[in-house]
Design a protein around this ligand. Structure first.
Ligand code: ADP
Ligand code: MG
Ligand code: MG
Length: 872
């Protein structure tokens, strides 16, 4: 079995075998780009390693050995030869890119002898021992698990002794002494000696990189990004090139387009006289790549050409790692670049216009997270006070939260529902759970490609980094700048789009659509078959929904119209009524209020379908909590008020149910108290009539909730039809083509969909209740009590309240659609649960042949894209 591939033997299509990094290095090599030679141990090698009990199988070792010999020939150097040493990097490379999550070791092949050899060969002791100390540190951390802080302390002490500020000012002798100290430290802290044998080094390094597939941060990253745990990583072994041999070299990272805006310019950072890790780790703050243009114009031109070539082969924006050695450019990595939402959309549209990809591909590439980010909030500029400090605008969007200096703090606060902003000197992959938990990230060190920036952009979190005017004192839990001190728990606001930081809480503002978004949505609309409706309960939401492109309202929850204080009072009088007369009087007051709202919604939708659900929740939800009533009774003086409160308490008692979600709600209310539904339907038709008189088209779809048996629908359909007859003149009725349909949210309704369809013009799957009743999970209790346990233990792959359970709940939907349509071919079908805004669930709806999905107005653009993606 072939477990090792030279670069010459691979290509970009072999990612699952060679990992993203290995496959792309091979591809670059094929295309004649300047890549230092090397070879890749496959992901199968990784599986073999784990199967052998975390030991490198003999076959792998052997194949590495022969590949190494080929590499020695090609480079005309020998591994471990003091006279002409070959040095290599040992690089991790997962199938799906996981930037910075796993380990890489540089300068492997140095020991006391070869270091000396390298020094005399290059005439630079300083260079040779700088490489050597880097090797010992990386090796110590990755292979022996020694904490970086120990190395950093020793280095800091050395600089103090030598009286220098920066690493570059240390001379060869100082680095040589540090090497000795590092080795002693390694022995002291880990009990293990740095191996003099270069083959031992290589073997241990390869094993450690395989092992790093299972380190904590890699596991967390995979979980967040939905990367399967069994993919494994490849290991690439590659001849070293050196950016740290002097000021005619350096290392950097460049994006082929601006990763924040998508603009077609080279964007990136580099450091002169440095090795790769220096830029990525945010140790020194690097220079923008645009400066390279004047410093090394030849190199810049070459880089630019390579960038365009890599974009053409990759058919996407690339993130490229490069090193310059003695005035020669080398490419060390390319991958599709992480980008902000704004950049992703601009890029998708630009690439279509440049003829690199099709419209379908452009739509297919849009990620839900990107749209969410784009439709995200920014700072309300009208409310902006003076800027406190400014850092680098690393990831757009605004964040307001309490300062958390530790990732664990941010995570703990998240659990308490407290929004936080993670503030660190710099972040490392160990902080990733804090980045997930925080609203945004602020760092004082590191550039636009530092760890914090890359991770935040990928997650769509606002991030400001390299905010050097600010000092973080972790020990005292303080953040200082410009004479002002903030402490842990204090509020802070970030604007990741501009890099501004403000003390306190600044009001935020919603974002608006860009030209690129509108273009992509237009393309998506041409591609998709599913229609996209919105859930909207009032005229404002209806208008928002229209603006985002909703083609109708799929769910208008009428009870939401009763939740303003004045209306709630009337609603309570209605509930407390002791006679039908009293109840009618209260309903008479409610009617014009509802009518007014319906008019507004009809106006906003202007002829598009408006699906109105009649009252659904149990009545006790409109009364105050029992404890609240009793507290008020204790405080209340006036006899009338006390009387009313007592009545409410009695009423609340009589309405009390053990299982309210399975109790007296939905159509069961309409059956027992028809006067409530009567009022609602009358309000709908009166509103329709008013609008028709104004020349506005209306399409009311009246929806009966919680039907479980056809008899319920039959009775209530009769009620609606009677009201229509009473309220609308025959002429009006011709202009008001109303429909009557039902929610399918009780499993029995799905099973008896055939007979229900005889009395329904449409089915709307209420997948929240349907999921709740099919699983028998109470939505309000499950999450906190046992569902998270099921998810952690992987007993359920996904939370069924977030992603529609296509296997179980989905079967009921398929069956209901089939039986319903068999009875009535004109039956309209759609879903209106939370799932209507979930990409995978929308895919299911498309495959099942539903007519529409309905989701919250802000998710409508996402649903339009997801519906198109499902159709491609
Ligand atoms: P990561 O996946 O964390 O980015 P890499 O394997 O890309 O890790 O290595 C980190 C850095 O080390 C890269 O930025 C690259 O510049 C540098 N590097 C890796 N291999 C070599 C090499 N053969 N020669 C010079 N620099 C290298
Ligand atoms: Mg890299
Ligand atoms: Mg329901």
């Amino acid at each position: 079995l072939k477990l090792v591939y030279d670069f010459g033997e691979g290509n970009a299509a072999m990612k699952s075998l060679l990992g993203g990094k290995g496959a792309n290095l091979a591809e670059m090599n094929r295309n004649g780009l300047p890549v230092p030679p090397g070879f890749t141990v496959t992901t199968s090698g990784c599986h073999a390693f784990f199967e052998a009990g975390r030991r490198l199988p003999y076959a792998v070792e052997q194949q590495i050995q022969s590949a190494l010999e080929r590499l020695e020939k090609e480079r005309n150097q020998r591994f471990g030869d003091p006279d002409n040493p070959l040095l290599v990097s040992v690089r991790s490379g997962a199938v799906t890119s996981m930037p910075g999550m796993m380990d890489t070791i540089l300068n492997l092949g140095l020991n006391d002898k070869t270091a000396e050899g390298l020094a005399s060969l290059t005439g630079s002791e300083r260079f040779a021992y700088d490489c050597y100390r880097r090797l010992i540190q990386m090796f110590g951390q990755v292979v022996f698990g020694m904490e970086s802080i120990h190395f950093e302390t020793m280095l800091r002490r050395l600089k103090k002794q030598e009286g220098v500020e920066s690493d570059q000012d240390l001379n060869g002798d100082a680095w040589r002494r540090l090497v000795r100290e590092y080795k002693e430290g390694l022995l002291r802290h880990t009990g293990r000696a740095f191996p003099e044998s270069v083959y031992e080094q290589l073997k241990l390094a390869v094993e450690a990189v395989f092992q790093s597939w299972n380190n904590r941060r890699a596991q967390v990253y995979r979980k967040i990004n939905g990367i399967p745990d069994d993919q494994g990583t490849a290991v690439t072994i590659q001849a070293m090139v050196f950016g740290n041999r002097g000021n005619d070299g350096g290392t950097g990272v460049v994006f082929t387009r601006h990763p924040s805006t998508g603009e077609k310019v080279l964007f990136g950072e580099y450091l002169l006289n440095a090795q790769g890790e220096d830029v990525v780790a945010g140790v020194r703050t690097p220079e923008p790549v645009s400066l390279l243009k004047s410093r090394m114009p030849e190199i810049y031109r070459e880089l630019e050409q390579a960038a365009r070539q890599l974009e053409r082969t990759g058919r996407d924006m690339q993130d490229i790692e490069f090193t310059i050695e003695k005035g020669k450019l080398y490419l060390l990595q390319t991958r599709n670049g992480k980008r902000t939402a704004q950049a992703a959309l601009k890029l998708a549209v630009d690439l279509v216009e440049e003829g690199l990809i099709t419209r379908e591909e452009a739509v297919q590439r849009i990620e839900v997270s990107h749209l969410e980010q784009l439709l995200h909030r920014g700072i309300d500029e009208a409310a902006v006070p003076e800027v406190w400090v400014k850092g680098l605008p690393a990831s757009p969007g605004a964040a307001v939260g309490r300062i958390a200096f530790e990732a664990d703090t941010a995570e703990a606060w998240r659990r308490e529902g407290k929004p936080s902003v993670l503030v660190r000197p710099e972040t490392t992959p160990e902080d990733i759970h804090g980045v997930v938990a925080a609203e945004g990230v602020l760092t004082t060190r590191g550039g636009m490609t530092s760890h914090a920036a890359v991770v935040a952009r990928g997650m769509g979190k606002p991030c400001v980094c390299g905010c050097e005017a600010m000092a973080v004192d972790l020990e005292r839990g303080e953040l200082k700048a410009g004479g002002k001190v903030l402490r842990e728990g204090d509020w802070i606001t970030l604007d990741g789009a501009s890099g501004r930081v403000f003390p306190g809480r600044i009001p935020l503002k919603e974002a608006s659509a860009t030209r690129e978004l509108l273009t992509l949505l237009q393309w998506a609309d041409d591609i998709r078959r599913l229609r996209v409706f919105a859930n909207a309960d009032n005229p404002e939401d209806a208008e928002t929904a229209r603006r985002f492109g909703a083609e109708g309202i799929g769910l208008c929850r009428t009870e939401h119209m009763f939740f303003t204080p004045a209306r709630l009072e009337v609603m309570r009088s209605m509930i407390l009524a002791e006679s039908e007369e009293e109840r009618r009087a209260a309903l008479d007051q409610l009617l014009p209020m509802q009518q007014h709202d319906f008019e507004g919604i009809f106006r906003a939708m202007d002829g598009l379908p408006v699906t109105i659900r009649l009252l659904d929740p149990p009545l006790h939800e409109f009364l105050p909590q029992r404890e609240e009533l009793e507290r008020r009774l204790d405080e209340s003086g006036s006899p009338e008020e006390r009387e009313r409160l007592k009545r409410m308490i009695r009423k609340a008692e009589s309405l009390h149910e053990v299982n309210p979600m399975l109790g007296h709600r939905g159509c069961r209310l309409g059956i027992v108290h028809p006067e409530i539904y009567d009022m609602q339907v009358e309000a709908i038709f009166k509103a329709a009539a008013r609008c028709i008189e104004e020349g506005i088209k209306v399409q009311p779809d009246i929806m009966i909730p919680l039907v479980g048996d056809v008899s319920e629908l039959k009775v209530l359909r009769g009620l609606v039809e009677q009201a229509a007859e009473q309220v609308l003149s025959p002429d009006m009725r011709a202009h008001c083509p109303y429909r009557v349909g039902t929610m399918i949210e009780v499993p029995r309704a799905a099973l008896t969909a055939g007979s229900i369809a005889e009395h329904a013009d449409f089915f709307s799957f209420g997948t929240n209740d349907l999921t709740q009743m099919t699983f028998g999970y109470s939505r309000d209790d499950a999450e906190g009590k046992f569902l998270s346990h099921y998810l952690d233990k992987k007993m359920l792959a996904r939370n069924p309240f977030e992603v529609l359970d296509s296997e179980g709940v989905g079967q009921l939907i398929e069956l209901a659609v089939e039986r319903g349509r068999a009875r009535k071919s004109s039956l309209k079908t759609g879903i209106c649960g939370e799932h209507g805004g979930n990409k995978e669930s929308i895919g299911f709806c498309h495959r099942t042949g539903l007519d529409y999905v309905s989701c919250s107005p802000y998710r409508v653009p996402m649903a339009r894209i997801a519906a198109a993606q499902a159709a491609i």
